[in-house]
Design a protein around this ligand. Structure first.
Ligand code: SAH
Ligand code: SF4
Length: 391
């Protein structure tokens, strides 16, 4: 098989559509200031106005300028003429027997992406998408079979979080005592797409989620998962500062080339070097190595021992993901006994090795099962098998 080109040349629609009002969601504070000034807000007032509007949008979840009572009526009317506060539109919502929620949301251009909320005892995690589809073609991943791709704007990324807070009904009410218990307490960039191939938009959106006067999630509660876009890993540390997860999935380049084809561009050695340089935080800030358990492909004792060797010198934990099957995929989930044996080897070497419980399987919300139903171009089973090197 000829190597499929690995590309990040995907389209991001411009923030400012020439026609119609401008969406204020997703703008950084600096951009918001510029936009307000360009539309007539006096420069002297701009800083204060940014602060006020920002709080209404991100702290209180307000979508209507008329509710912004600390702004004059005339100014509110001016804002309403020029701007909108818009988040992706919910097309459908499914709730799993285990409480997991999955939304299909529509974004500009008629594209659709999926967003998943996973409630647990001590936290609630929102799994956010960063692209429509994915340009990468990991052979075990459903999203990777979707050809139609575009980058999400920062508005569409932070908008998923705002949409979820709408649906969970957890925007605070101004003046009410601060509620420390949050349904939506964590974000993982583990939905559709490779977040590091949409760096700026992901960064701006996550900065908004971390902002003290807005959604207020700590950087420790945000985890970005990458398949291994090595040059962007250092930037992630410097410009976002969130937790990092890596889709590792194999212990030799030969196998990883087949499972995670970006390995042909940046191999295991290059990836580990970048991870070693990722700033060491406290023990709680270890890098998560995601490892999907594929029967007979990457799940032997020898793999586990090799993995332990590769982890040397990296503050790491290993998250074992039982493979979630989808129609046409040429892989099977490893048996529970195999997964446990693999986990034990890693655990005995001193690394946490939790086995991820699949959530929301009944609504196809589990890892790697996301894919837009409206997607037009589907790869054939033959293509999938060929790319997995099994054809
Ligand atoms: N594109 C990013 C983030 C999204 S995927 C990345 O690849 O890291 C989130 C995790 O689910 C990744 O580790 C991915 O490899 C894994 N995954 C993909 N398909 C899966 C499947 N069918 N079963 C289990 N995990 C899967
Ligand atoms: Fe893309 Fe991640 Fe799926 Fe690979 S695993 S195809 S990088 S979404």
């Amino acid at each position: 098989m000829a190597d499929a080109p690995i590309t990040q040349d995907v389209l991001t629609i411009p923030r400012k559509l020439p026609e119609g009002p401008i969406n204020l969601v997703g703008l950084t504070r600096v951009q918001l200031r510029e936009v307000l000034i360009a539309h007539g807000t006096p420069e002297k007032q701009a800083k204060m106005r940014v602060g006020q509007i920002w709080q209404w949008i991100y702290q209180w979840g307000v979508r209507d300028f008329d509710v912004m009572t600390n702004l004059s009526k005339a100014y509110r009317a001016e804002l309403a003429e020029r701007f909108v506060i818009e988040v992706p539109e919910v097309v459908s919502k499914q709730v799993s027997v285990d409480g997991t929620r999955k939304w299909l949301v529509r974004i500009a251009g008629g594209h659709e992406v999926e967003v998943v909320f996973i409630p647990e005892e001590d936290r609630g995690t929102l799994c956010v998408s960063s692209q429509v589809g994915c340009t990468l073609t990991c052979s075990f991943c459903h999203t990777g079979t979707q050809k139609l791709v575009r980058n999400l704007t920062s508005a569409e990324i932070v908008g998923q979080v705002m949409m979820a807070r709408d649906d969970l009904d957890e925007w605070p009410v101004p003046g009410a005592p601060k509620d420390e218990t949050r349904l939506l307490s964590n974000i993982v960039l583990m939905g559709m797409g490779e977040p590091l191939y949409n760096f700026e938009n992901v960064r701006d959106a996550m900065k908004i989620c971390m902002d003290e006067e807005g959604i207020q999630l700590s950087r420790r509660r945000i985890t970005l998962s990458t398949s291994g876009v090595v040059p962007e890993i250092e930037r992630t540390a410097n410009e976002i500062g969130c937790q990092l997860a890596v889709s590792f999935h194999a212990t030799t380049d030969e196998v990883r080339n087949k499972l995670v084809p970006i390995n042909k561009r940046w191999n295991i050695e290059a990836l580990l070097e970048a991870l070693k340089a990722y700033p060491r935080g406290r023990n709680s800030e270890r890098i998560t190595f995601e490892y999907v358990m594929l029967d007979g492909v990457n799940d032997t004792d020898a793999d586990a021992h090799r993995l332990v060797k590769l982890l040397e010198g990296i503050p790491a934990k290993v998250n074992l993901i039982p493979f979630n099957e989808w129609p046409g995929v040429p892989y099977k989930r490893s048996s529970n006994n195999r997964i446990r044996a693999f986990a034990n080897i890693i655990y005995n070497a001193g690394y946490a090795s939790p086995i991820r419980t699949p959530r929301g399987e009944d609504i196809l919300a589990a890892c790697g099962q996301l894919k837009s139903a409206t997607e037009r171009a589907r790869k054939s089973r033959k293509e999938i098998a060929a790319e997995a090197g099994l054809g």
